[in-house]
Write a new protein. Structure first.
Length: 318
């Protein structure tokens, strides 16, 4: 009897996995629009990335309106990211806020793309203004974009992670995600620390100016000093990679299907540029990894794919 029950459970899980795969294709794209001071704070639309372009009309034909999906309730100045795993359909998660004060909206919000409904997400350990969000499998990493040493916003912990491997939407708890919570991570060693009393009066200003997720690493450069820093998501350790800044500003996003090709805004031309980024380990086991362009021996350089022009809107890919 127990064996039959176990087989039935496994069969049910397989059916659920198949339903998720059939419902949501890997190419689904969503657009999150913020509404300034109005409430609800955000609107969610689904984008059709395969709309045929009419090259004969000179671009005068208007595109159809995007299908509206939902309003998302949350504090203003959030960042959004999508995360998916074998256990659930893609979730769109929003994190952040401009104030730690509890004036109604939460500092996190979410959307279940399979059920087409808004869900509640566990609250961050500290309020972060437009944090840097990076998904790795079924985990979301949240890093303060401009760390603060006083006040309630962008204060410690500056770096957190949310595990969603066993998370699920609890219908009996106001559609809230259960089985997950944020956990603090080692502070970035290049953020302000060990300050003097004078430093607290005139605190140093540090801002993450560029970042990218490559393989199992988070790479970033900051203002006030040159160099690239690296966080290993497997060992949860920070390292100084080298003394060269990343060659783009803001976030570099992966180009699907290419493996090592990323799109970012060039530091020199401010144009959308394709970069080949690869993290390789040195021969010595104690040496820090380094970045080299694919097929190149010099420092990271710009690589232009032929016959392609890229335009990057503010989108969430699921």
């Amino acid at each position: 009897m127990l064996r039959r029950s176990k087989k039935q459970k496994l069969a049910k899980e397989d059916e659920e996995d198949a339903r998720i795969r059939d419902t949501e294709s890997p190419s689904s794209v969503y657009l999150v629009v913020g509404h300034g001071v109005t409430r609800p704070s955000y609107s969610l639309f689904k984008v059709n990335p395969h709309l045929p372009a009419n090259a004969d009309d000179g671009g005068d034909t208007p595109l159809p309106l995007l299908p509206y999906l939902a309003h998302l309730t949350g504090k203003h100045y959030m960042s959004f990211v999508s995360v998916r795993s074998r256990r659930h359909a893609p979730w769109i998660v929003g994190v952040g806020g401009s104030s730690a004060r509890n004036y109604g909206p939460e500092e996190t919000c979410g959307f279940d793309s399979l059920m087409r409904m808004e869900i509640s997400v566990p609250k961050l350990l500290s309020t972060k203004l437009c944090p840097i969000l990076l998904p790795f499998g079924d985990k979301i990493y949240a890093l303060a974009r401009r760390p603060a040493v006083t006040g309630d916003v962008n204060f410690v912990p500056w770096f957190e992670v949310l595990y969603l491997s066993v998370a699920r939407v609890d219908d009996d708890a106001s559609d809230r995600l259960v089985g997950c919570e944020w956990r603090p991570l080692p502070r970035p060693p290049f953020f302000p620390w060990d300050l003097t009393p004078t430093d607290y009066i005139f605190p140093p200003v540090v801002t993450v100016k560029s970042h990218v997720a490559v393989a199992s690493y988070i790479l970033l450069s900051i203002t006030g000093q040159t160099g690239t820093h690296m966080f290993d998501v497997e060992t949860e350790e920070w390292r100084k990679l080298d003394d060269n800044d990343l060659p783009f500003h803001g976030r570099a996003v992966p180009l699907q299907g290419t493996g090592t090709l990323y799109l970012g805004l060039s530091n020199t031309t401010n144009a959308i540029t394709a970069y080949r980024i690869k993290v390789v380990s040195a021969a010595s086991a104690v040496a820090s990894p380094s970045i080299t362009p694919t097929g190149c021996l010099s420092s990271l350089r710009r690589c232009k794919p032929k016959h392609h022009t890229y335009r990057v809107p503010v989108l969430v890919n699921c």
